[in-house]
Write a protein that binds this ligand. Sequence first.
Ligand SMILES: Nc1ncnc2c1ncn2[C@@H]1O[C@H](COP(=O)(O)OP(=O)(O)O)[C@@H](O)[C@H]1O
Ligand SMILES: [Mg+2]
Length: 296
Amino acid sequence: MLKIEHLKKHFGKQAVLDDINLRINKGEIACIIGQSGSGKTVLFRHIIGLIFPDGGRILLDGKVISYPGIRQQQFNETRKRFGILFQGAALFDSMNVGENLAFPLRERTSLTEKEIQHTIVESLERVGLREEFKEKMPAELSGGMRSRVGLARALVMKPEIMLYDEPTSALDPIMTEKINDLITSLRDKLNMTSIVVTHDIGSAYKIADKIAMIHEGKIIFEGTPAEIRKTRNPYIQKFIRGQRKMHYAVEDESTYAAPIDVNRLRKSIPASRRFPSSPPFQSSTGTAASDGADES
Ligand SMILES: Nc1ncnc2c1ncn2[C@@H]1O[C@H](COP(=O)(O)OP(=O)(O)O)[C@@H](O)[C@H]1O
Ligand SMILES: [Mg+2]
């Protein structure tokens, strides 16, 4: 269990984290949401020990792992318990996929070559990739595939907690869904604890057991997806509505993009021969309603 207590961090005069309190249970997927610049990545970097707080502390299974004045190397043992998927996956471009996955094992374990190969294949399978994938070079991979390989590389070290900073931000809707499915499958198969930093409320709804929203340096909401939908806080409502709309807009555009003006086509068909229900690409734009009006 990870516990963040009264965490504070400022840069110059700017207080980015101002008394953050958060608890993440084992086997839980926690999504940290918030608008751009709200401090999500700064919080993320605290959890993985890249930066340390000015105040407060972080505990893992009851043991203090981060506090003001701690030195980098005191965090090294803790860091081994974390698997991290960085934005863009941070693969080594000169190595093929197999070598990328073998790298941390060769650097940090004393596994035999046979054990290394076994672990690589196992990790690739966990993210839905066949063994042949080992031979691919990073440059041959799409953004979504790179993310998967990055995730497989994190898994070779058998982390207790997986951490993701904006894992789906550069991906199309189909790949976003695949990555979301992978994150939930790790929870369901391995009881993996996951911390996902995202500004994508749609993904958070789908995968989170707990959503925590950060605003002006504080956690202003902590609860389930169902609970955040019901909240009456106007700022939170505005954020989740705005993000939701944005999510749909992106989804519609890339899923159904076609060089055809569907509305014009529909209007050219006599009302009696039109499809009785509106096609799905109209539901989020509100044009379905105005179409109905023109049919009467
Ligand atoms: N190393 C740094 N030095 C100074 N300011 C920083 C540093 N890292 C982050 N910040 C500031 O902290 C704020 C939060 O940034 P960040 O955590 O990256 O936001 P986001 O929620 O978009 O991930 C921003 O105003 C950013 O400019
Ligand atoms: Mg960020």
